[in-house]
Design a protein around this ligand. Sequence first.
Ligand code: LLP
Length: 378
Amino acid sequence: MLSTDLLRDAAERFGTPLYVYDADELDAGLERVRAAFGGARVFFAVKANPNLSLLKHMAGAGLGFDCVSYGELCRAEFLGLAGERIISNGPAKSQAEYDLGARLGVTFIVDRVEEVGLLPPRSRALVRVNPALQISTHDHLATGSAASKFGVTPEQVPLVLKALREAGHRALGLHVHIGSAIRDAQDFTAAYARLAELRSQTGPLEVFDAGGGWGIGADLHGIAREARHAAGVFDAELWVEPGRYLVAPAGVLLTTVVGVKRTGRNFCLVDAGMTELIRPMMYGAAHPLTPLWGGTQVETWDVAGPACESGDLLARDVPLPEPSRGDLLVIGEAGAYGAAMSTTYLTRARPAEVLRRSGEWQLIRRREEPQELWQTEL
Ligand code: LLP
C-alpha cells in the first residue's frame, strides 16, 4: 500500500472520496499471476475495473480482455485491441455484442445450447460449463453451483460442441468460471476435475479456459497446478480470466470523517458509502480499514456513509481510535469492483480516480459533477 504521507497528499490534491491505485502493486499482481500460471494466456476481467488507464496498463503488459457487455467491448475496441485478445462472455448477450464481437473477431463464450444459433457466422467459440458444485463463497458470487444461471451442464457439452461444428463455427474448447472471491483452492480442483472427466467425449481441444475467481490470499500456485493439469488432459492451451486478484490489492478508497454520533452505538460518519463502494452492503464484504489518525482510546465503531439508507454501513463494530471531523480513513482492497460498481444514486457524482506511477500522480478519472448526471434526461 502507498505510504500514509502519499495518501494524505492525494486527499489534499484531489479531495475525497477518492479511489487511489498503485501501479507498482498492479505490476506485482501481474508478476504473481505470471509466476504461477507460466505460459497461460491472461485475459483481464474488465468488469473488475474498466478504467481506461488501468486497461491500457494491462494491455501494455500483454493481457487480453474478458468483456461481458457491449460497453466493455466498446472499451476494448477504443483501445485498439486485436480480436484474438478479446473474449465476449455473458449469459444473455445483446445483438450489439454479437455484431461488434464479429467485427472485432473475438472469441465468444457460449452459455446455453440455444446460443449456437445466434452466433455470427464462423465464430471462434468456447462452451461454458457449469460443474454444479458447492462453491465456498457468498451466494451472489457463486456461478458454478446448480442454482446459478451460468453455463451448460456437463452432460450438454458434447451436444453443444457438435452443434457448433455443424453450424460452421470453430469450437475451440471449454470454459469454466465457478464464482468470485473464492479462497479455497479445493473448489477449483473439483471444478477442473469435473471438466476433465469430459475428455473421453470431447477428444482433444485447442483451449481450456479456467476463468478467474481467485480470492485475495488464495493459493495461486495450487490453483494454477490444477488448471494446467486440466488443460493438459485436453492437450489444450490454458487461458485464465482474473479480475479481483490483479487489481483489488492495488486500490484503496480514501474517505474523510464528517463527524461522529453516539446513540448507544458509535457511528463514525464518512463521506463515502454505498454509492462509492457497495460491496459491504451487497456481499457482506469486509474491507480492511486503516485510520490515518491516532489515539489511545479505542472503541468499536460503525462506519456509516451519507446515504439515506440504514444499510449504508461500510463496516460494523470495528475497533478505531476516536475519530474527528477531517480525519482520513483508508478502505483497502478496493481496486476491484469498487469504482466499477459505484452508482449515481441520490444524484451523487462518482468519485475521482488517481494512479500513482513512477513517483507521480496521474488523474485517471476526474470527479463527476452533479450537473453532468442529468444531461441525458429530457
Ligand atoms: N470470468 C468470468 C466469466 C466472470 O464472470 C468473472 C467475474 C471473472 C472472470 C473475474 O472474476 P474475479 O477474478 O474478479 O473474481 N461484483 C462482485 C464480483 C462479481 C464477479 C463477476 N464475475 C464483487 O464485488 O465481489
